[in-house]
Design a protein around this ligand. Structure first.
Ligand SMILES: [Zn+2]
Length: 192
């Protein structure tokens, strides 16, 4: 699915489960990190392939980062930097897998191509897919993203902070105040 859908899902889940703001941010990264393997696109563009073929992108995306080993290794690193290490590591690992499931469900190509994931890479080259997979631009993704956006605003009002908090506390206060006006949410700031 699209990176912003992954980011919304990861953030909403991490904010609901983690107890500390630092851990929320760390765990939420688990929802988007796998797509770093799409960075091969920059190599393609940098080597002059503006209009394809995108060899680096196509050979690395959904392979290098979308697997069990990447999930386990990055979850250990994430736990190391967290305040509540066990909870954050588990949530990060779970959100990494939520990302993989979302891709399997709704990352199909416009011409009916199935996106596959090399889950056991590099131990096995076996590719996993789901025959019911819908296209990346299909309506379920639009509905899912809209629902996540509504959940994001609801949780912002309830928890009293958003991702803006990590960049500017003053802007975040203003953002939360505005969101609470819209959604009439009651908040108390549930994590520190
Ligand atoms: Zn992905």
């Amino acid at each position: 699915m699209n990176p912003y859908t992954h980011a919304l899902a990861g953030w909403c889940a991490a904010q609901a489960v983690c107890r500390h703001r630092r851990d929320v941010a760390i765990a939420a990264v688990g929802g988007v990190l796998a797509d770093l393997d799409g960075a091969g696109l920059f190599i393609d563009v940098a080597t002059g392939h503006w209009n394809g073929p995108y060899r680096w992108y196509e050979s690395l995306h959904h392979v290098l980062g979308h697997n069990l080993l990447a999930a386990g290794a990055t979850a250990v690193v994430a736990a190391f930097f967290a305040r509540d290490r066990l909870r954050t590591g588990v949530v990060f690992f779970a959100l990494f897998h939520l990302h993989l499931l979302m891709d399997l469900a709704g990352s199909g190509g416009p011409d009916g191509d199935l996106w596959t994931i090399s889950y056991l890479y590099p131990l096995s080259q076996r590719e996993f897919s789901w025959s019911g997979q819908w296209a990346l631009n299909a309506w379920p993704n639009v509905v899912f993203t809209a629902a996540l956006l509504a959940l994001f605003f609801r949780q912002t009002g309830r928890h009293g902070f958003s991702p803006f908090w990590y960049v500017s506390k003053r802007f975040d206060e203003e953002f939360v105040r505005t969101v609470r006006k819209w959604f009439a949410g009651k908040g108390g700031g549930t994590c520190m």
